[in-house]
Design a protein around this ligand. Structure first.
Ligand SMILES: *Cc1c(COP(=O)(O)O)cnc(C)c1O
Length: 457
């Protein structure tokens, strides 16, 4: 773990050249010089897994070389210096408009938004806006404001629990039940009351790639308002789905076409097809984003509103996002996401045919699916399958589902730009071979330690 460092007095018995050369605990008096430092560090990084064989991450692992060039050219521009880099600021504003339009922000309404470092920051901003608005409503009604809560499914990404802990909001995580692996309308409403700052629906659960029924949740909240007078806003965490659904499920209504949806976030560095470091938060209109949360920075003698948790960050990722929008267009994004979806569904179909596996989802919503072992398989677990694939370089995580299905352990595959049918076939060959060897076991394997460790989505 990055937070703990090895005791400097206990040196590893076997020390590689790089370890001798590169600093591990303090800044050395003399540097290595540029060339040697480069060699030492790039050699050490060979020990990292190969990004292209990583079927675990949602984050972009391949971009065209022009994008990498543009990113290198703009790494020195600070996003926050809007007056020094007005063109970078203008490009960020264009991206916000493009995304708001993609998500059907109503014409004539004052939709607004910003870039962030990722969906986690975007979620913090969206949820803070919900908290501020709730507090205003309660104050106006002369009611106490000390017990806010937020309703989500137990399948939410950890950033929602982070928000709740950091900003003192009670998380109401609706457990899974039976074959329901995400939030539904009925359960969402059951958990709401006048202290609910909002409901967050996920477009693309990290656990199995399924979409939560945003439209049904919104309709149930409409009915709840009609009967109770309590108006609960809806935020959509579309970290992955925000750049998938508009292209390959265009008729699915999950976005600003639904009036109750007040804000949406997505990760530019997931299906937005940009290397890590960019997310987006969009509000349907000015009323959805309380003015008190916005800070003015000087912009060419004028004022530029900003809403962010951090301050300085490179312009590269936003420029890369704009490059992808510009070079691919709607058609390019559609083709790429369609291909990923086809590869995911092909993999799911073939995995189901192997025999011992049972699909939890099939890759038809996000190009992501989870599968488990049939209950009669007792000699090995999904953790053993994951470890064997790792030996071949494939990273396929195994993990348990959350409450009330923490009995269910699955493997998950995320298909992204760069994973083609040829790679899928290579993967399937390896999976079939290792599954056969595990099937041939005559007695159960001992439990692996991976079984006890949590998996961060
Ligand atoms: C990845 C993800 C997040 C966090 O996004 P980052 O961009 O990694 O900060 C939040 N919610 C969902 C549904 C996700 O898939």
């Amino acid at each position: 773990m990055a937070l703990t460092s090895r005791d400097p007095h206990t040196k590893p018995p076997h020390r590689s050249l790089e370890r001798d050369l590169a600093p591990t605990h303090r800044l050395e008096e003399k540097g290595l010089g540029g060339e040697l430092a480069y060699e030492a560090i790039s050699n050490e990084l060979l020990l990292d897994g190969s990004a292209r064989l990583n079927l675990a991450t949602f984050v972009t692992t391949w971009m065209p070389s022009h994008a990498a060039t543009l990113m290198a050219q703009t790494a020195d521009k600070n996003m926050i210096d809007k007056d020094e880099y007005p063109q970078t600021a203008a490009i960020e504003a264009r991206c916000v408009k493009i995304i708001a339009n993609l998500w059907h922000a109503p014409e004539g309404e004052s939709s607004t938004g910003c870039s962030t470092t990722g969906s986690s920051e975007a979620v913090m901003l969206g949820a803070l806006a919900l908290k501020w608005r709730w507090r205003e409503r309660m104050r106006a009604a002369g009611k106490p404001t000390d017990k806010p809560n937020l309703v989500t499914g137990a399948n939410v990404q950890v950033c929602w629990e982070k928000f709740c802990r950091y900003w003192d909001v009670e998380p109401r995580l609706v457990p899974m039940e039976g074959k329901r692996y995400h939030l539904n309308a009925e359960e969402a409403v059951k958990h709401c009351d006048e202290n609910t700052i909002g409901v967050a629906a996920v477009l693309g659960s990290t656990f199995d790639g399924s979409y939560e029924p945003v439209k049904k949740i919104a309709a149930a909240l409409d009915a709840f308002q009609a009967s109770s007078g309590i108006d609960v806003p809806l935020h959509v965490d579309a970290a992955s789905g925000g750049f998938v659904a508009p292209f390959i499920q265009p008729t699915l209504e999950w976005d600003f076409r639904i009036p109750r949806v007040q804000s949406i976030n997505a990760s530019g560095h997931k299906y937005g097809l940009v290397y890590p470091g960019v997310g987006w938060a969009i509000w349907r209109n000015a009323e959805a984003l309380p003015k008190e949360l916005i800070f003015d920075v000087n912009y060419l003698g004028g004022h530029m509103p900003t809403f962010a948790l951090n301050f300085s960050r490179p312009g590269s990722e936003v420029i890369a996002q704009y490059y992808m929008f510009t070079s691919l267009g709607h058609e390019g994004y559609r083709e790429i996401q369609q291909r990923s979806s086809e590869v995911a569904q092909y993999l799911a179909t073939e995995i189901a045919k192997i025999g011992p596996y049972e699909l939890i989802s099939d890759g038809s919503e996000l190009p992501v699916f989870a599968f488990t072992l049939r209950p009669e398989i007792v000699n090995y677990t999904v953790f053993d399958v994951s470890a064997r694939l790792r030996g071949r370089g494939w990273q396929v995580p195994a993990y348990y589902f959350p409450k009330n299905r923490d009995d269910l352990a699955v493997l998950r595959i995320v298909v992204r730009f760069g994973m083609n049918f040829e790679m899928a076939d290579m993967f399937l060959d390896d999976l079939r071979e290792h599954t056969q060897r595990l099937q041939d076991l005559s007695a159960p394997l001992p439990p692996t330690h991976a079984q006890d460790s949590g998996f961060a989505h």
